[in-house]
Write a protein that binds this ligand. Structure first.
Ligand code: NAD
Length: 260
């Protein structure tokens, strides 16, 4: 008997990086991951990889900022499996620019993917979770849910906001046995981070190596990147919570970059 036997888990942004690792790990522990992503080809490839290991998986095309697409994706999951037990709201992007010339369009785009995406996927899943009297919702926060960095105004704003959303859902969901928590990783080498290393080097006029050493890993206890596996451990811990005892919380996984 594994922790997630038969549990249906929608993981947004699961075609790549952290979300993909979460989907793989859920499947390895008996769960059925729904790989929901804007990039349907990559989502299908991830689902095939999981199936190749002998587990079930389902790829769904989903732009998390599009209410109709989110509703359709969740409806397809209900049609196929009859339930959704777990939501990992993970899809996200990064845009780095100084606040003084941050384009309004980029601000809105980033907030929409992180916050509208979390809201819309939560709302679409909740009615099914309430009906089943069971649900585990995990939001992908960041150390930037607790801490700020230059060049990341909308990202820091959105990641702080997810903690508020989780706390409200923890209160509203409790009577339906639905918990909500946030995982807050430090820097993880995924495409999202690889893209911003040269961008930050350009903005600050330093080398890429300096971005890694003097910005990203400067305050860690050991100069190490967090891994997708480390983050998946924390997500699965929250997703497996047996009761409302563990709800409305946020856990930082960052090699000690942020300590609370
Ligand atoms: P990634 O770029 O590897 O993966 C992000 C995935 O989200 C991609 O598959 C992309 O197609 C998908 N996506 C983007 N916009 C979408 C949309 N509108 N609808 C559906 N899917 C969409 O990035 P990652 O590093 O794995 O990031 C995943 C999450 O982890 C993000 O929320 C990010 O903010 C968070 N995070 C990352 C780090 C890090 O260092 N990498 C640290 C803390 C938090």
């Amino acid at each position: 008997m594994s922790r997630f036997d038969g549990r249906v888990a929608i993981v947004t942004g699961a075609a790549s990086g952290i979300g993909k690792e979460i989907a793989l790990r859920l499947a390895a522990e008996g769960g059925i991951p729904v790989v929901a992503d804007l990039n349907i080809d990559a989502a299908k490839a991830t689902a095939e990889e999981i199936k190749g290991k002998g587990s079930d998986a389902f790829a769904v095309a989903m732009n998390v900022t599009d209410e109709a697409a989110v509703e359709k994706g969740v409806a397809d999951v209900i049609a196929k499996y009859g339930k959704v037990d777990i939501l990992v709201s993970n899809a996200g992007i990064q845009i780095v620019k100084p606040l003084v010339d941050f384009p309004f369009e980029d601000w809105k785009k980033l907030l929409s993917i992180h916050l509208d995406g979390a809201f819309l996927t939560t709302k679409a899943c909740l009615k099914h979770m309430y009906a089943a009297n069971y649900g585990r919702v995990v939001y992908m926060g960041s150390v930037h849910s607790k801490e700020a960095s230059k060049l990341k105004a909308p990202y820091v704003t959105a990641k702080h906001g997810l903690i508020g959303l989780a706390k409200v859902l923890a209160k509203e969901g409790a009577e339906h046995n639905v918990t909500a928590n946030v995982v807050c990783p430090g820097f993880v080498r995924t495409p999202l981070v690889d893209k911003q290393i040269p961008e930050q080097a350009k903005e600050f006029g330093i080398t890429e190596e300096q971005v890694v050493k003097t910005i990203m890993l400067k305050d860690t206890v050991d100069g190490e990147f967090t891994t997708t596996d480390d983050v998946a451990d924390a997500v699965l811990y929250f997703a497996a919570a047996k009761t409302n005892a563990l709800t409305g919380q946020s856990m930082v996984v960052s090699h000690g970059w942020f300590m609370q």
